[in-house]
Design a protein around this ligand. Structure first.
Ligand code: ASP
Length: 340
């Protein structure tokens, strides 16, 4: 294992900051072949020091922001991360950032950063499906590839990207689709941004929606976000879930609707009553792919609902929380869902 000082001294290479938050990429198990493990155990310095060949790719600066499984990711950590990224990229001393993160809520943090980072410079997230100590661990190559993309000026102005299993995904489109496979992330709505194979990068497109330096959202100085709940629609859904959320302080509710953002008639009625009182009701879908359209089987105009368009429930919640940091009309919120 090379000493950390050697890794950190390649002054003519692109300067890439690695901000680590934990996850399976830093996970540890008692043996190399067991399924059970604990996320967020290995330090980022140890991971970088053991990464073969990275000293020819970038001058890397590791920093530990947190070390948690991403099931324990919080908006406090996300906000600290966004503010730290904004500071380091504004300093002019860093060319790109890599964020290591658990895969469970990677898409939420990716979308959050895509909306709150104020720079066109590359911000790349990565993680792993197999713990750091496992046989055929996927984390080291994912991290290597993520650093090569963060060091590449061509990655600029593509929004926050997620590099996993040789694929480059956009924050807006990606979603986790498999509980254990290394090929878990897909971008079912708008497709991949590109591929990266042992550091060989190919780009296919730029994201279509607003992001990063073109986003109107900011978490600078923000200490708390408004509560938005997600309710999962199902056959015979109990409508009083809506009342329960409102009673507990939710100012917005995202429905993970069935099909094209549907819910049963009893829940529609209860949600409309909440919307009438000023609660923001956003119809998204529990289906992994496809847009949710306005006024299809539910009359959104009459019932005062918003549709999430392309955003899945978890990302719709992030957008609504950031949007509600400021007072906005329902019509403005709907427009945000068409543009982000
Ligand atoms: N539970 C882990 C996490 O999200 C899973 C992973 O990283 O793949 O931190």
């Amino acid at each position: 294992m090379p000493p950390a000082s050697k890794i950190l001294s390649n002054k003519n290479l692109p300067r890439v900051m690695i901000l680590a938050t934990g996850g399976t990429i830093a996970g540890k198990a008692a043996t190399k072949t067991q399924a059970d493990y604990t996320s967020g155990q290995i330090s980022v310095k140890a991971m970088i020091a053991a990464l073969p060949g990275i000293d020819t790719v970038a001058d890397v600066r590791p920093e530990q922001i947190a070390n948690v499984g991403s099931q324990d990711m919080t908006f406090d950590i996300m906000t600290a991360l966004a503010n730290r990224i904004n500071d380091v990229l504004a300093s002019g001393k860093i060319d790109g950032v890599v964020v290591t993160h658990g895969t469970d809520t990677m898409e939420e943090t990716a979308h959050f950063l895509n909306l709150t980072v104020k720079s066109a410079k590359p911000v790349i997230m990565t993680g792993a499906m197999r713990p750091y100590t496992a046989i055929s661990a996927d984390g080291p190559l994912n991290l290597f590839n993520a650093i090569t993309v963060a060091a590449d000026p061509e990655a600029e102005d593509r929004g926050v990207l997620v590099v996993m299993n040789d694929r480059i995904h956009g924050a807006h489109s990606l979603t986790k689709t498999n509980t254990t496979s290394v090929e878990t992330f897909l971008s079912p709505i708008n497709g991949l941004i590109g591929t990266v194979n042992y550091g060989q990068i190919q780009y296919f497109r730029r994201p279509f929606r607003h992001h990063t330096h073109r986003s109107e959202f900011s978490v600078q100085g923000v200490t708390a976000l408004p509560r938005v709940d997600i309710l999962y629609a199902c056959a015979d859904m109990p409508p009083d879930l809506i009342d329960c959320s409102v009673a507990n302080g939710a100012v917005g509710i995202v429905i993970a609707g069935d099909g094209n953002g549907n819910m049963n008639a009893a829940t529609v009625k209860r949600a409309a009553r909440a919307a009438e009182k000023g609660i923001f009701i956003v119809r998204s879908s529990r289906v992994p792919s496809g847009k949710v359209g306005r006024n299809v089987e539910i009359n959104d105009d009459r019932l005062k609902f918003v549709v999430s368009d392309e955003l899945n429930p978890a990302k719709a919640r992030v957008l609504l929380m950031l949007a509600l940091l400021k007072q906005r009309s329902r019509e403005e919120i709907q427009q945000l869902f068409y543009h982000y």
